[in-house]
Ligand binder design. Structure first.
Ligand SMILES: Nc1nc2c(ncn2[C@@H]2O[C@H](COP(=O)(O)OP(=O)(O)OP(=O)(O)O)[C@@H](O)[C@H]2O)c(=O)[nH]1
Ligand SMILES: [Mg+2]
Length: 255
């Protein structure tokens, strides 16, 4: 944790995010370290590109395991953002939802832990929802948004695999998605969005800006990080997880 007397501003996250370190994996939320450090989680449909996005954001090749086989990430993986030898935030790579090719019991266990993490983790300060720009906001993503919005945490929708579309197609999709977000704003709250490509490594800046904002890294060392976890807002009982099956540059905030 940063020294409480340190009031100096942190340099831009981009200049030190690559210092990120693997912290711990857990099959269950109860296996995770105490919720004392603010966490930004990366969720989305299986194979959407979550682990790749994490690697590219951190400018690291194999920090998180990415694979063309859906269901690659099976654990909740925590990574520490280290600045001047102090842990100032965490990034969390989550298992995907909607992957049908594992047995039902395993699938149910992942989903239960994913839901439990998103629903109860006190230190969760924001969610990056990764969705494939070619078929964004599928039924499961919509369900996730409906469900997660109750936690009143900010959400950033990352339209990834942008390299698969032309610039014009990207813009069309962004407009369509913005219209959906605007129509559901009363339910979901403001959801920001940006376009990304893990392959081309483009679109990092808007996401890093969100992460910085949520972790309070834009100005001085954030007060939120000096508070015990139980002072962070909102803790609600677990409800049913989003069901199986759906899908998920330029900063394009709909705020
Ligand atoms: N063309 C393209 N392929 C991508 C991009 N991002 C990820 N991929 C590919 O999509 C596949 C899945 O990527 P992952 O990052 O493992 O996806 P994930 O969401 O972490 O998947 P699970 O852990 O299984 O839920 C891999 O074959 C990646 O190389 C992208 O921006 N462009
Ligand atoms: Mg993954």
């Amino acid at each position: 944790m940063p020294d409480s007397t340190d009031s100096s501003a942190l340099p831009a996250l981009d200049t030190w995010i690559s210092q990120v370190q693997f912290l711990q994996s857990g099959a269950k939320v109860s296996d995770l370290p105490r919720a004392q450090i603010p966490e930004v989680a990366i969720a989305g449909r299986s194979n959407a590109g979550k682990s790749t996005a994490l690697n590219v954001l951190c400018q690291r090749k194999r920090l998180a395991f990415a694979s063309k086989t859906p269901g690659r990430t099976r654990l909740i993986n925590l990574f520490s953002l280290i600045y001047k030898e102090q842990e100032v935030g965490r990034l969390v790579d989550l298992p995907g939802y909607g992957y049908a090719s594992v047995d039902k019991q395993t699938q149910a266990q992942w989903q239960q832990q994913l839901a439990r993490y998103l629903d109860t983790r006190d230190s969760l300060v924001g969610l990056i929802l990764v969705t494939d720009i070619r078929h964004p906001l599928g039924p499961l993503d919509l369900q996730m948004l409906d469900w997660f919005a109750r936690r009143m945490r900010p959400i950033h929708l990352l339209l990834t695999k942008a390299d698969k579309l032309t610039r014009q197609q990207q813009q069309k999709t962004v407009s369509e998605v913005q219209a959906i977000l605007a129509a559901r704003q009363s339910k979901w709250g403001p959801v920001s969005l940006s376009v990304f490509s893990g392959l081309k490594k483009t679109g990092r800046d808007p996401v890093l800006a969100r992460i910085s904002l949520w972790l309070g890294l834009t100005t001085a060392i954030p007060e939120a990080q000096k508070k015990p976890a139980d002072q962070l807002p909102d803790k609600r009982p677990i409800e049913e997880a989003p069901a199986q099956g759906g899908e998920a540059g330029d900063e394009t905030s709909v705020k």
